[in-house]
Design a protein. Structure first.
Length: 313
């Protein structure tokens, strides 16, 4: 049994497989073809933080594949009344086939997984957001990679540069793991005090990223420019201090102009126009944020299929 708690839980070759499955599953969806390999399977979704995309993509995806979902939040379950996470894992995993969790400390999802009888998927923790980066990479490949006999050639990611502008948060940590796993480089620019911590990011070496104090320099020559909210969920008390510290880390047309002419812009959403990105950039021709959001569902359908049924074919 496999869990998907961090991006580095899977090898490059598994991502190549998952992206090909996601491509085929997306094509079926677009053609209104029924594909229900998860009939009679149940996904439990546990949300200790708010969500739009993660909930809709997992819930719609599971129903489309013939399964069903149970939606739990801290407020409407015993999780909010101090039932130990280990006991919750033992109980929930006896009645369902798969569990997706969005929570605070990553140690919580690890504790859940350690006591679960079924695969556990990380739907975002303070430290990581692997499903989002899987969707982001799939979106990049869709826009920039040719399709070969075995699907997208992940070799085309080698040597590519992703510019990360903003907070050294769960998304930044996950980008670093993706770069180390798939052989590209992340140019990271954060305000002082909000740096990425390679120990938290969980990368073995610093070869996969370069740090820049000037966000414009981070964007120079980039194939993809990406950012995220200045204040992640759980850090709301720091909001005012962050607005001041991050004022120069707004992705604007000037930053996009020094990236490669064919650079894409991504944002996991929700976005705040005028804070981490200008409306001109996020609503402009280089932005692929709506494909990126939609692709959450297609890659997660491939992920659920893989965790429950193994490789197809
Ligand atoms: N990107 C993302 O995970 O969005 P939600 O918080 O809406 O799920
Ligand atoms: N870094 C953000 C991502 C939201 C999808 C957060 O953790 O709130």
């Amino acid at each position: 049994m496999k869990h998907y708690l961090q991006f580095k839980d899977f090898r490059a070759e598994e991502y190549a497989y998952l992206f090909e499955r996601a491509r085929l599953i997306k094509r079926r969806f677009k053609n209104y073809e029924r594909y229900q390999p998860l009939a009679d399977r149940t996904l439990a979704m546990i949300f200790e933080k708010a969500s739009t995309r993660t909930r809709v993509s997992f819930e719609a995806g599971m129903y489309q594949m013939g399964g069903s979902v149970v939606h739990l939040t801290t407020g409407d379950s015993q999780l909010g009344r101090s039932e130990p996470i280990e006991d919750s894992a033992r109980v929930i995993s006896r009645m369902t086939d798969l569990v997706m969790i969005r929570t605070f400390e990553h140690t919580k999802i690890e504790a859940f997984a350690a006591h679960s009888r079924v695969p556990v998927i990380n739907g975002l923790t303070n430290e990581f957001h692997p499903c989002q980066i899987m969707a982001d990479l799939f979106t990049y490949l869709e826009h920039r990679a040719p399709v070969g006999a075995n699907g997208y050639d992940l070799g085309c990611l080698k040597g590519k540069v992703v510019a990360w502008v903003g907070d050294g948060n769960n998304m930044a940590n996950t980008w670093l793991q993706a770069a180390e796993t798939l052989g590209f480089t992340v140019h990271v620019s954060t305000p002082s005090g909000y740096e990425v911590d390679p120990k938290v990011a969980g990368v073995r070496s610093s070869d996969c990223y370069k740090v820049f104090t000037d966000p414009r320099e981070a964007c120079r020559g980039a194939d993809l420019v990406t950012t995220d909210v200045w204040t992640s969920m759980g850090y709301e008390a720091e909001n005012e201090a962050r607005r001041t510290a991050f004022a120069d880390w707004c992705v604007d047309a000037e930053m996009m102009a020094v990236a490669r002419p064919d650079a894409l812009f991504m944002h996991c959403l929700p976005a705040h126009r005028g804070e981490e990105v200008t409306a001109e950039v996020i609503d402009g021709p280089q932005s692929v944020v709506w494909d990126e959001a939609e692709n959450r569902m297609h890659v997660q359908k491939a992920l659920m299929e893989y965790l429950l049924l193994g490789r197809i074919g």
